[in-house]
Write a protein that binds this ligand. Structure first.
Ligand code: UDX
Length: 458
């Protein structure tokens, strides 16, 4: 399980603890790789269910139990019981790991933990080492949770007047623009409690990192709450450094379609002619929704790659066999590689924060089809604040119609706004690269952190 870190004599040693989902492992593993490159030793603590899916040679990987070693999260009866199990079993196994690593050449002096796992800070305090939380959402989304913790956003929401302006938020929000954990708290109690747990203890951390960058969210990062932007956590080959060897996150929890098939196919398509469709790792698609997307893609008359990680039986009968050269359906792909291909002209996305940052960093305009969680807020930022996409409207049953999808794809690919969208996307991609280049805002803050840990304190 142990892989050597690149620095043979590191002075600082960090345990990085992700929540075991793709959208959380990716940014935390990317942060780990950056820290190793800057000279720290990093041990990535992964659950037994995900550990074999992590392939990053520069980072040591060690197991930590969430209490569901066999089937992981999917075997837990509810979100609440999973989070509770991870709290009790995880605290114990994390402590054991710290003790085990005490005998290694460099003892652990900091835990960087995912924002879903508040209890890791208690473990850090118990051992008298540094604790740093890593927020995997946009800073603007975090501002909303911060307002809740301050008591400025209270239930029932009906008592408030919408649209509502929050300090730090660059645009007023309607109820449906709020994270679904707040807009529909009864549907997501486990997640809301876990997230609010973080915001109630935020100031107890030695560092609060956020996967964003200064230029992107200036207002949300203006000092009203303690946060350090260190993103975007996107491999450097996709941040205007094509010669970089950092070309992937290093973990895939899904069984991917062979990249050769879709990359070869993309190579036959003209620049900016293909639509890429993916709704990330957590949202699931209904048969009705799959039918509407299939209809919309066909009607748009554009070539497309569509990630359908669910059983392909949800697709309309004859859809795959009738595709010819017009489109590809894949189970899972290397999203970064696809987005960076010159043939891609538009990303139909659920607006998961990693997907948004990837599209911004690579410079691909978006059709925003938010599903849940932070995605409705991300979608409004994409359209209204950053001008890099258009939001698709769903019908009252929450389904995106084929007609609406077709309209939005045309708007982004060929409509009156398309040139502006491309220009903004390209502007943000330059800004993303600047943040992590030598002397950039995120790079400087990461260096500060590394310097303190290398001094051996904690
Ligand atoms: C969820 C939330 O939606 C997100 O906003 C939150 O911050 C983390 O948890 P998820 O639904 O997985 O994440 O979406 P996203 O944040 O976009 O992460 C998905 C990751 O999987 C991306 O890094 C993307 O590159 C990768 N991916 C997706 C692939 O590599 N291949 C695919 O086919 C699809």
């Amino acid at each position: 399980m142990n892989n050597p870190n690149s620095n043979p004599n590191p002075k600082g040693h960090v345990i990085v603890l992700p929540y075991p989902a793709q959208g959380h492992i990716n940014p935390l593993l990317q942060f780990s790789k950056l820290l190793v490159r800057k000279g720290l030793k990093v041990t990535f603590a992964a659950t037994p269910y995900t550990i074999n899916l992590i392939h990053e040679p520069t980072v040591s990987v060690e197991p930590i139990s969430d209490g569901y070693d066999e089937g992981g999260f999917n075997h837990a009866p509810s979100v609440e019981s999973y989070i509770e199990s991870y709290r009790s079993v995880g605290s114990k196994t994390l402590s054991e790991l710290i003790m085990k690593l005490r005998h290694s050449s460099c003892a652990v002096n900091c835990i960087v933990y995912d924002s879903m796992l508040t209890w890791a800070l208690d473990v850090a305090k118990q051992f008298g080492i540094y604790g740093a939380v890593f927020l995997t959402n946009a800073a603007s989304v975090c501002c909303i949770y911060w307002e809740m913790k301050l008591g400025n956003l209270v239930f029932p929401l009906e008592k408030l007047v919408f649209p509502i302006s929050f300090p730090g938020l660059p645009t007023p929000l309607g109820v449906s623009d709020l994270p679904s954990f707040i807009a529909r708290p009864d549907d997501h109690k486990g997640y809301l409690d876990a997230i609010m747990g973080i915001f109630h203890t935020l100031e107890n951390n030695d560092w609060v990192f956020c996967n964003t960058f200064q230029e992107l969210e200036t207002q949300a990062l203006d000092g009203k709450w303690p946060v350090i932007p260190v993103g975007p956590m996107v491999p450097s080959a996709y941040l205007h450094q094509p010669s970089s060897e950092d070309t992937a996150y290093g973990a895939t929890l899904w069984n991917p379609t062979s990249s050769k098939s879709y990359m070869t196919w993309l190579g036959t398509k003209p620049p900016r002619s293909v639509v890429y469709v993916s709704f990330g790792s957590m949202a699931t698609m209904t048969v009705k929704q799959a039918e509407e997307i299939a209809t919309g893609l066909k009607a748009s008359k554009k070539s497309f790659i569509w990630v359908v990680k669910e059983s392909w039986e949800i697709l309309p009968e004859g859809f795959i066999s009738g595709l010819s050269d017009a489109g590809l359906v894949v189970t899972w792909c290397n999203q970064l590689e696809v987005l960076a291909h010159p043939a891609i002209g538009c990303f139909v996305t659920h607006c998961g924060w990693n997907s948004v940052l990837e599209a911004l960093s690579i410079g691909v305009p978006m059709v925003a089809v938010a599903q849940w969680s932070d995605q409705p807020t991300n979608a409004i930022l994409v359209e209204v604040v950053w001008g890099v996409g258009t939001r698709a409207q769903k019908d009252p049953d929450g389904v995106l119609s084929g007609k609406e999808l077709e309209k939005c794809i045309r708007e982004v690919m060929d409509g009156g706004k398309s040139e502006d969208l491309k220009r903004s996307a390209s502007k943000w991609s330059e800004s993303a690269a600047r943040a992590l280049s030598v002397g950039g805002t995120s790079d400087k803050d990461i260096n500060e952190f590394v310097k303190i840990l290398m001094s051996g304190k904690g």
